[in-house]
Every structure is written in C-alpha cells, then in structure tokens.
Design a protein around this ligand. Structure first.
Ligand SMILES: [Fe+2]
Length: 397
C-alpha cells in the first residue's frame, strides 16, 4: 500500500475537483476517483496510443467531474462498466453513454438489462490496444464480477482493503464470497494491485499478497468462521437502497418527471423545463414553438424522424464528436420569441442541448422520453415511452 498516489487521486479524494496533473507516470496505473457521499471509487483506464478509455463504477453525482477528467486527459470513452448492481449510489453509466457515445457493460447476472454488453465469465472489453477481463466473484451479490487489467484487479464490493462487501441482501452469500475471495482473487499473483469499490478510511489500494496475509475478515479464517462472522454483522440497510437498485437496473437512467403530463420548470438546471411529448407536439401545432431534433444524422436515418422538425445535431458519428456548428444552426432554426423544444433519443442529450440553447438566449425545453424512450428490461427501446410510443407523427428517415 506504500506506492505513490495514482494520477487523479490526490486531487479527487474527498473533493470534486479535477486532477490538475496531466503528465503520465512510467508505469500504467488507473485513474482513481472518489465520491465522498458514498465513499465509492470510480476508475478510468486508458490506452496511451489511441487515448481510448474505459470507466468502472461511475457515480451519477460525479458525471461532470468524470467528463472533465476524460476531456483533460484527451480520452475517448469506449466502455462504462459496472462491477455489480449498487445499492448505495446510482450509476452514471447510461448518462455517460448518452454524452460520449460509449457503450455500457455489466455482469450478465446482475439484472442490468440496459447494458449493451452482458458479460460472461472470461469476457473481455477492448479499448484501443488494452483489454479488461471479467472475473466472476459472486457473494456480495450473485452477479458480482471483478475485472483484471494488466497487474491490477478491480474488486468492486467483493474484496475491500482489510475487509469485504456485505452479503446480507441482494442475493448475497457469505459462502460464495468466501470462495470468490480465497479461491479466485487470492489465486492471482501476490503483487497484483487491488483497487476496491469503496474505502471508508481514505485508503486507495492494496495488493493480493497483503490482503491474503492480513485481511481482517478472511485471513486465517475457515469458511464456517467467515460465514458466522458475516451473519453476525447486522448492518443497517444502505440509505439509498430503495432508490438506487431499481435505477441501476436501467443504467441509472430515470425519466419520471413527465408523469403528470404537465411541463416541469427546470430553471435551476439551466433551461426552461421538461415537456412531455404530447404537450410538445401541441405547442408545435399551436405555433410559437420549433421542434429541434438534436440526434445525429445517422440516428435519424436509421430510426426515423418527426416531419417538420429541424435537425441540429448535438453530436455526430463517427465518435459522437460535438457538432461545431450547433450554436449557429440552432440560432438559424429558431426565430426570436419562439420556444425551442429539444428532442433526442431518450431525453438525456436534449438536456445538455437545452442548457446550451438557454445560454444562447433561447427559451429552451427538453422533450421528455425522447424519440425512442427508455430501454426495457431486454434493452429494447420504443416500448416504454417516447415520441413514437405516444402515437405522435413520425416517418422513416
Ligand atoms: Fe455494493
């Protein structure tokens, strides 16, 4: 545990600041970032040649920081990966995917149906010339996985520094966790660096050798002793469990603001508000409002479009790069005094676009649910809300 702090950690521990240091150390180590509210660690790994990156266990409240870190290091996010379905915080994986064009991945046994890659044991995620390998480590939850990258292992809530994750809810099993730690993780080379999902005492990383020798929960204990210890913990449930687990089953994407059918002011968030699709269409037909489709050209062509909507892409393929002409195209599309109603795939990118439109002086509204709505438990869109779901006019692009 005595090695130097990783690149971003000194600036990130206990703070929401972006790491200032952009030099890269000689050895390949992950960027470690911390969410103080949940004591959660998030990790960013990247390939030095291509600058392609992968993020493990991102936290919703830290999305601005994480996007800024990616930008500061010149990284293109390819994957947002979960170690398990978290009970103590909400993931930003879905939002990161919307903002960056990255894909989401999660262990197949975690019930996160929105993840585009459902990971089986031994599966790898490739980013540039690097890859991350999935190592099943059930016990904290039945689907939990750890991930191996070079000589580093990201253990989620299976193995913590001098501790381990709890096993008393969410399909947890002390017996399984004992096996995962002692037979799977402790079988790794002793010099492997352990990067945990949490630490509540400010410690950043450990090694397999150190945990094997001294982990207070596991070292020197039989399976029966470990099970008895875990069953005797009687921990209170995590504060946000009721909210976090269902949200995380959808990669953290929630669109509950449209339930009333009324517009919801969002001036504190930097735009006029959220408007349900049916009401947005009424505003357009009444005059005085322009529907602005901020999806990429490719999305409109593949999925369909709304007749009469103006196309002003927020980001474009390849790579979902920012559209440098967004400001000028938007200002040309929306006459003074008209509302701008911003529509994207599921109502996430359109929030960023509405904030930008507001900064440009427009009255900008986010159309809830987007064109396709949220994905269902099988990752199919169009069945749980969205422009088409509500029977509003559209045509194949
Ligand atoms: Fe957890």
């Amino acid at each position: 545990m005595g090695s130097p702090l990783p690149l971003a950690m000194a600036g990130a521990l206990g703070q929401n600041r972006v790491a200032p240091a952009l030099h890269e150390p000689a050895t390949m180590i992950p960027l470690q970032l911390f969410d103080p509210a949940s004591s959660s660690y998030t990790y960013i790994l990247h390939d030095r040649a291509t600058r392609e990156a992968l993020i493990i266990d991102p936290v919703d409240a830290q999305i601005e920081r994480d996007l800024a870190v990616l930008q500061a290091h010149g990284l293109t996010l390819r994957w947002a990966v979960e170690t398990h379905n978290h009970a103590d915080h909400i993931t930003s994986a879905g939002l990161l995917a919307e903002h960056t064009g990255a894909r989401t991945a999660a262990p197949a046994g975690c019930g996160i149906g929105t993840a585009s890659r459902q990971l089986a044991p031994g599966d790898t995620l490739v980013f540039g010339g690097e890859s991350l390998r999935a190592l099943p480590t059930p016990g904290h939850t039945a689907g939990s996985m750890s991930y191996l990258w070079r000589s580093h292992v990201f253990t989620g809530d299976a193995l913590l520094i001098n501790g381990c994750g709890r096993t008393d809810f969410q399909s947890g099993s002390a017996r399984q966790l004992y096996h995962s730690i002692t037979q799977v993780l402790f079988a790794l080379p002793p010099e492997t660096t352990v990067w945990p999902g949490h630490d509540y005492q400010g410690r950043g990383h450990s090694t397999i050798g150190a945990e094997k020798a001294g982990n207070a929960r596991v070292a020197g204990r039989s399976e029966a002793e470990f099970v008895a210890l875990m069953e005797g913990l009687h921990l209170p449930p995590p504060e946000r469990m009721g909210e976090a687990v269902p949200a995380n089953q959808h990669s953290g994407l929630r669109h509950d603001a449209g339930a009333t059918g009324q517009p919801q002011p969002r001036t504190a968030q930097g735009y006029a508000g959220d408007v349900p699709p049916v009401l947005a269409w009424q505003w357009v037909q009444a005059g005085g409002a322009v529907l602005v489709d901020v999806r990429s050209d490719a999305e409109r062509a593949w999925v369909g479009e709304v007749p009469g909507a103006v196309a002003v892409p927020w980001k474009q393929w390849p790579g979902m790069a920012m559209n440098p002409g967004f400001d000028a195209q938007l200002q040309a599309a929306v006459p003074p005094g008209c509302k701008a109603l911003l529509l994207c795939r599921s109502g996430v990118r359109s929030i960023a676009a509405a904030q930008r439109a507001t900064a440009l002086g427009l009255e900008a509204w986010n159309v809830l649910e987007g064109f396709e709505g949220d994905p269902d438990q099988h990752a199919h869109r169009g069945l749980r809300g969205g422009w088409r779901f509500h029977g509003l006019p559209w045509r194949q692009g």
